[in-house]
Design a protein around this ligand. Structure first.
Ligand SMILES: NC(=O)c1ccc[n+]([C@@H]2O[C@H](COP(=O)([O-])OP(=O)(O)OC[C@H]3O[C@@H](n4cnc5c(N)ncnc54)[C@H](O)[C@@H]3O)[C@@H](O)[C@H]2O)c1
Ligand SMILES: [Zn+2]
Length: 359
């Protein structure tokens, strides 16, 4: 079991990672002094651990369709009817969509009630449940409304991953692969618990330095600028982690084209992404110019220094950093030079990495 502390101004909590860590919930609820708990779970009841206090179990569904204000309102209504107070606790159990929407409900209810996350997908364990960002979608777009609300604990129980479909496991690996280029050690071939722990440790360190996303936290966006555009251009046929994986290969080539890294380091991007069984080519169905347009409309990719330029988190002599003046012509040239493959081949050939089965 790994225990990773997250120390922020005025708030500290631990992220526990390993098989069976969900059973720590009752002890955490006791330490919080809560008398009641609401557990919002997208997993079957047998996966919900005991809280040790009077509990309301609310079933939920993972997925973007329920990551809405309507869900937040319904949850808060149920909290009121149950008599939940600010000194009680809310628990989320599910994928990143569930931890995000339940986190926002906890942030808003009575102006903030403690929340404990039990992330059940690899992506939620390594990324979504850690760091305190919560959000819901609007019809106009994803994650447009949210709040910073740090959890009181995060329990990444790797037993949950035993039922995760292979493609969802791969989705989480997309986030793990990019850690290689933003300060994590080489995680290839390590046991899954260690890979998750390294990803969480990296995120914890970045969030501690930049809780509100004003600087360093941008490096977590490694591979995401093209990744977000690919998700949209394929109408979300590519999972987030798959799109980020392709975006990571691209980020390596772009850094190479800008003279920031040498050819060997560019090749390392391809090697690392491929070693996790993730896709590395741009879907043939997407036009480079359309991807550039999508990137130009991404609020995090808008180059601030030169007109028409784009911003990317890129590797370089001093490690990864935000480069906010990448000329569009260079982006177009590197994108045009990326290998391309039909979308169906990219996601079909995506295999689960060998030697990294969930424990
Ligand atoms: N707050 C943040 O900092 C942050 C960071 C990254 C991502 N996110 C958000 O996270 C969401 C994506 O998370 P996700 O990939 O977990 O999506 P998700 O919640 O939709 O879950 C993905 C799929 O896995 C299934 N699933 C989850 N756990 C399972 C299990 N143990 N067994 C079987 N099936 C299981 C779900 O039912 C779903 O079909 C997005 O909405 C994204 O915006 C937030
Ligand atoms: Zn991501």
């Amino acid at each position: 079991m790994a225990s990773i502390p997250l120390r922020l101004a005025g708030h500290a909590y631990d992220v526990l990672i390993g098989p069976g860590v969900r059973t720590s919930l009752a002890g955490i609820v006791r330490r919080l002094g809560a008398e009641r708990a609401v557990v919002v779970s997208a997993r079957p009841q047998e996966w919900v651990p005991d809280t040790g206090v009077e509990t309301l179990l609310l079933p939920a569904r993972d997925g973007e369709q329920d990551k809405t204000f309507a869900t937040v309102e319904a949850l808060c209504g149920a909290f009121v009817r149950f008599g939940l107070t600010r000194s009680d606790v809310v628990v989320s159990c599910g994928g990143g969509t569930t931890t995000d929407v339940v986190g926002l409900a906890a942030a808003l209810y009575h102006r903030g009630v403690p929340v404990v996350h039990l992330p059940t997908s690899l992506l939620a364990q390594v990324d979504a449940s850690v760091g305190g960002k919560t959000a819901v979608n609007l019809p106009q777009g994803k994650n447009l409304v949210g709040a910073y609300w740090q959890p009181s604990a995060v329990l990444c129980d790797t037993d949950y991953l035993s039922t995760l479909p292979p493609r969802e496991l791969l989705n989480g690996y997309g986030e793990i692969a990019r850690c290689h280029f933003i300060g994590a050690p080489d995680l290839r071939g390590l046991p899954l618990v260690d890979q998750i722990a390294a990803g969480v440790r990296l995120k914890a360190r970045v969030v501690e330095a930049d809780e509100r996303d004003t600087g360093l936290r941008h490096v977590l966006n490694y591979g995401h600028t093209l990744g977000h555009a690919l998700e949209k251009a394929t109408d979300y046929a590519l999972r987030h982690g798959e799109a980020v994986a392709i975006g990571t290969v691209f980020a390596g080539r772009l850094a190479g084209a800008l003279g920031r890294i040498d050819a060997a380091r560019v090749a390392e991007h391809l090697d690392v992404v491929r070693s996790y069984g993730l896709p590395t080519a741009v879907p043939a169905e997407t036009a480079p110019q359309a991807l550039i347009e999508l990137m130009r409309h991404d609020k995090k990719a808008f180059g601030k220094r030169a007109p028409g330029s784009l911003a990317f988190a890129l590797d370089g002599p001093h490690g990864a950093e935000l480069v906010d003046d990448v000329p569009q012509e260079v982006v177009a040239r590197v994108l045009g030079g990326m290998p391309r493959a039909p979308l169906a081949d990219l996601v079909d050939t995506a295999a689960v990495p060998v030697g990294a089965a969930p424990s």
